[in-house]
Design a protein around this ligand. Sequence first.
Ligand code: GUN
Length: 283
Amino acid sequence: MSAQLLDGKLMSDALRAEIAQRVAALKEKGVHLGLAVILVGEDPASQIYVRNKGIGCEQVGIHSVTIRMPENTTQQELEAQIRALNADDSIHGILVQLPLPKHLDEAAALAVIVPEKDVDGFHIQNAGKLMNGLTGVVACTPKGALEMIRRTGVNLSGKEAVVVGRSNIVGKPMAMLLLQQNCTVTMCHSRTADLAAHTRRADVLVAAVGKAHFITADMVKPGAIVIDVGINRLENGKVVGDVDFENVKEVAGFITPVPGGVGRMTITMLLENTVEAAEKLLG
Ligand code: GUN
């Protein structure tokens, strides 16, 4: 393997130790941190994510509450639950696990969360702040991915960054964060013509596509920083990313593994955003 491994577990362990200290400091001031996670329906991947978020909270001393709502929950019921959490002083962060069942309006639900408790950074006010270069809550996955990129020590100014995937929760905020680092950013997506021509120019390549082994070694510039946001389950049960890790690691300069890469850092950033939300509430 020629690439250096960007180990999300190792990075997270150090960051979670710092977060635990901040949680303890708040506790000394009488503030017991609470995170509420709303899970609607039975999506198996969401169940796993939510469980891992609970484990992360426990590790750093945050009290987490998972509110499970049935698949047939109405928009009104969901929004009433969010409003109750908005008003609950023991809850500092609110997260609505996505995707929601198809009959529910995600954007409308996210808009009900008070921006100060929006630890996912999905509220339009926080997304808009990122777009305008203002300080708000930054979405956990791109925030964690940027932290990993920064820990390579590579000077990002003027570098070519290519983001594959244009979702509101990863692709778009990732592009904004890389732009803030003075990268020249290209966003690619399912309609991009000659995708490989773009990815081969990338000094920083972020794959957030949701397709196993989508990024192959011939699509990667030698020495590139390759960040794999994908979590795909193969038929044999194995979890892999969007990057063909075994072959790409021979070409890239730095690479994140799956599992143990960006996914772990996403949860760490959620814990950090929850602490920051409480610290801001305290002034
Ligand atoms: N579904 C997939 N990733 C995420 C995430 O980061 N937050 C929430 N709320 N839902 C997700």
